[in-house]
Design a protein around this ligand. Structure first.
Ligand SMILES: Nc1ncnc2c1ncn2[C@@H]1O[C@H](COP(=O)(O)OP(=O)(O)OP(=O)(O)O)[C@@H](O)[C@H]1O
Ligand SMILES: [Mg+2]
Length: 315
């Protein structure tokens, strides 16, 4: 991927945060204005990653408030996928990979010795760049495949399959062919099937690594709509190379860069801050996508100066 052009550097601060970046105080309060403690929020503190001796990621402290979508953006190789994998302990599957720092989930370090990594991966689900349905399983079986692996029993599988496919925005398209192989679906449908598979485990957080990179615009839009809907009930972190996608779906954006050394977090903020990087209502999104000359790829800040209404008001 190209490095950012000079226009984009004006909005990317070069200072490296040393303390946790709390993007915005969105403390939930009840009718008496008392703070309401909720689960599902995620926070990293001083996170580092190595592959053997290669220092891939340095000192990332970032807060993901619950029920929000955060877009992770940055050039190829700056450590976005590595960062994502550390958020649900997938990093430790890689031989000779190591890490330092803390990942707090509901205020507790997921790397603490008494934490069960399988439970963490159930509650913090992940969808990969390339859809990976199980080819030998049909669509319905794919949805509940994770339950079998985690040895979780469900009373009413059919209802669960319908619920997950509905939440993933796929039910209407597949309800009459649940016995067809997962591999018979289109790329965009397979990606939503993988989202449904993650949802069956009832995660509190969903991590998505470039989920739309191989999809056509129509499938991309459907996956984006799914992401926005899911954020009503869970925290979503999405890696994307597409600034416009980040603008469409994110509440917050975090920018990573590598200057030859390890990747670092260089800026994180509310996507609607200063009215520059904005999130869109569906109506605004449509108008935005119809805008002449809008560009799709890279760290080109085409939506920076398009003040739009935030997708939803802070809680
Ligand atoms: N399994 C691995 N073994 C060794 N090095 C790795 C491994 N995975 C990633 N790296 C290295 O870590 C660094 C960060 O890689 P990562 O895949 O996290 O980047 P990325 O930002 O996700 O890039 P892209 O946008 O291309 O997906 C790179 O230098 C990469 O070569
Ligand atoms: Mg990646």
């Amino acid at each position: 991927m190209d490095t950012p052009n000079t226009d984009s550097t004006e909005v990317i601060s070069t200072s490296v945060p040393t303390e946790t970046t709390v993007i915005e105080d969105r403390t939930r309060r009840n009718a008496d204005n008392l703070e309401v403690k909720g689960g599902g929020g995620l926070e990293t503190r001083g996170l580092h990653a190595w592959f053997n001796k290669h220092h891939a990621l340095a000192d990332v402290s970032l807060h993901f408030p619950e029920n929000t979508v955060t877009g992770l953006i940055g050039p190829s190789g700056c450590g976005k996928s590595t960062f994502l994998r550390m958020l649900n302990r997938m990093h430790e599957f890689i031989p000779r990979a190591s890490m330092a720092g803390e990942v707090l989930f509901e205020g507790r370090d997921i790397y603490a010795t008494d934490v069960n990594p399988i439970e963490i991966r159930r509650r913090i689900g992940m969808v990969f760049q390339k859809p990976n349905p199980f080819p030998a399983m049909n669509i319905g079986e794919n949805v509940i495949a994770g339950l079998k692996l985690a040895k979780i029993k469900v009373k009413d599988k059919d209802t669960l399959i319908e619920e997950c496919l509905t939440r993933a925005g796929l039910w209407k398209e597949v309800k009459d062919r649940l016995k067809a192989p997962g591999g018979s679906l289109s790329g965009g449908q397979q990606q939503r099937l993988c989202i449904a598979r993650s949802l069956a485990l009832q995660p509190d957080v969903l991590l998505l690594d470039e989920p739309c990179s191989a999809l056509d615009p129509g499938s991309t839009l459907r996956v984006e709509e799914t992401i926005v809907q899911l954020s009503e009930s869970m925290t979503v972190v999405i890696v994307t190379h597409n600034m416009q996608q980040a603008a469409r779906v994110s509440d917050y954006c975090a920018f990573f860069l590598s200057d030859g050394g390890p990747g670092r977090l260089v800026e994180a903020r509310a996507a609607s801050a200063e009215g520059r990087f904005t999130v869109c209502s569906p109506d605004h999104r449509r108008r935005f996508s119809e805008r002449k000359g809008s560009r799709q790829i890279g760290l080109v800040p085409s939506p920076w100066d398009t003040p739009l209404t935030p997708r939803r008001t802070p809680k």
